[in-house]
Design a protein around this ligand. Structure first.
Ligand code: ADP
Length: 474
């Protein structure tokens, strides 16, 4: 069912999410690294420049105040304190003759100051970085001019700064690797957890497909609202499919059952016709019975089709203003002879003063729904009982009720009587196919109305149709 490509770990959402987390984390870490690196490099250089500047100013002050000998001592002292391999100091005449130096053993190859220095003005300092041959690190150097034109030079190795930056690079590199590894593990487990709900849905779907059993449901976890909603929606869908399938099975069973009886009867009559040697009138009678049974079958099949079409909204509806009072009166008139035959009183009760109640709809379909309710009421009401049909208008709604003094409907049956082919056990002795109420229900629903039933077993039932009406026409 699933392709090989689907089993590849690289094609999973979990892997892709983890990859995205990791790429994002790496990009973020790299940006932080670059920013901190630049900031550190600038800060370190600034600090060093400040130290050099302070040294140069101090040397100039000592030279101008106490003379060259004091400066020489200060050069030695300062270099010893800071480390002769880390710093050096020199003073040049305007002709670039060395006038004073600190210990230059380590700085033999540092070279002379640049020639451009001759032209640079006093009270200004010049900062630059120079390389010393054979020495790995650069040297930061400051030049300061004294009042008499001499030049003080102070140099400081950048070795410490370079070491610090190297250590930072290494520490950050390992740190980022650690964060990336941890981030990927956490990302993977989070994505895997989020996807576990989807996996459960897939597993359930696969189990249903393999076993063909709709009993399976997705366990609802707590990975998050979306996953929870997916599981609930999937379960609801399964619930619906399961009930539709069982409804379909029941309908199929009922159809099979309901078709079998008339077909068996037709076959029986046909067999008798074939095998017996009767008079012509008897054959005519038998053929009439066959036709009657066939009509019943065709009627049943047509009703089933009509229900399906009406429910699917595919039925041909002639929508026009329909006078409900006229429909009810016609139906009352139509069923009067049937009621009289059973000695059932059929009463019509139209709301006082109301002449017309207009409903947008199909007159023929509404007549059909009305006829089904009246047919049932008369059919299930015993000899001497009473059936009342009433119509009233309630603001924007038309209300049509059919009440009878029949046997009523049991509580266990009341929720099912609108199902196709459903017949209460007590009604099995009465003719019918269990499709009348389904059709009435489908027609009323197609007219955006509703049909409700109230019943007291042993006392009678009232079926009420409520339809939206056009406006107050009286
Ligand atoms: P049927 O052809 O059996 O009348 P319907 O769909 O019209 O089919 O009705 C479904 C079932 O509802 C009936 O079999 C009967 O059990 C019950 N029923 C319908 N109307 C009434 C009523 N007025 N009084 C009692 N039971 C009724």
């Amino acid at each position: 069912m699933f392709s090989k490509r689907g089993n590849n770990i690289f094609s999973t959402v979990t892997f892709r999410l983890t990859l995205w987390y990791s790429i994002l984390l790496a990009a973020l870490s790299l940006s932080v690294f670059v920013l901190v690196y630049i900031w550190m490099a600038i800060s370190l250089q600034r600090n060093l420049d400040k130290v050099l500047l302070d040294d140069a100013k101090e040397f100039r002050l000592i030279y101008e105040r106490d003379g060259i000998d004091s400066l020489k001592k200060e050069f030695q002292l300062e270099a010893t304190c800071e480390g002769v391999k880390r710093v050096f100091f020199r003073m040049f005449s305007p002709q670039m003759e060395v006038l004073a130096t600190s210990d230059m053993e380590h700085w033999k190859d540092i070279g002379s100051p640049p020639a451009t220095l001759k032209s640079f003005s006093s009270n200004k300092e010049l900062l630059t970085a120079v390389s010393m041959p054979g020495y790995e690190h650069k040297v930061r150097v400051i030049y300061e001019k004294t009042a008499d034109g001499n030049i003080i030079e102070a140099g400081h190795t950048l070795r410490d700064n370079d070491a610090l930056m190297t250590r930072y690079r290494q520490t950050f590199g390992w740190g980022v690797l650690g964060i990336l590894a941890l981030g990927s593990i956490v990302g993977w487990s989070l994505a895997d957890r989020a996807m576990s709900g989807v996996k459960r849905v897939t597993q359930t779907a696969v189990s249903i497909a393999n076993e063909g059993n709709l009993i399976h449901r997705v366990p609802v976890g707590n990975e998050g609202r979306e996953i929870r909603n997916l599981a609930l929606a999937f379960n609801n869908m399964l619930e619906r499919i399961q009930s539709l399938v069982s409804e379909l099975r029941e309908v199929t069973d009922n159809i099979a059952h309901d078709l079998r009886s008339p077909i068996t009867r037709i076959r029986g009559v046909a067999e008798t016709t074939l095998t017996s040697n009767e008079k012509l009138d008897t054959y005519r009678e038998m053929t009439a019975t066959i036709i009657e049974e066939c009509d019943r079958l065709v009627g049943m099949i047509n009703t089933m089709l009509e229900i399906t079409e009406t429910q699917a909204g595919a039925a041909n509806f002639e929508v026009a203003p329909v006078d409900i009072i006229k429909i009810v009166k016609d139906a009352h008139e139509l069923f009067q002879p049937v009621a009289e035959d059973k000695n059932v009183t059929l009463e019509l009760d139209v709301q006082n003063g109301v002449k017309t109640v207009l409903v947008p709809g199909d007159a023929v379909k509404l007549q059909r729904a009305m006829a089904n309710l009246l047919d049932n009421a008369v059919k299930y009401t015993d000899y001497g009982g009473k059936v009342t049909v009433s119509v009233e208008q309630m603001q924007t709604q038309a209300k049509i009720s059919v009440s009878d003094t029949g046997p009523g409907i049991d509580e266990k049956d009341i929720t099912r009587i609108f199902d196709r082919f459903y017949r209460a056990d007590t009604s099995r002795s009465t003719a019918g196919n269990g499709l009348g109420l389904s059709l009435a229900h489908a027609i009323v629903r197609a007219h955006k109305g509703k049909i409700v039933v109230e019943s007291t077993p042993g006392k009678g039932s009232t079926f009420t149709i409520i339809l939206p009406c056009i406006s107050d026409t009286n």
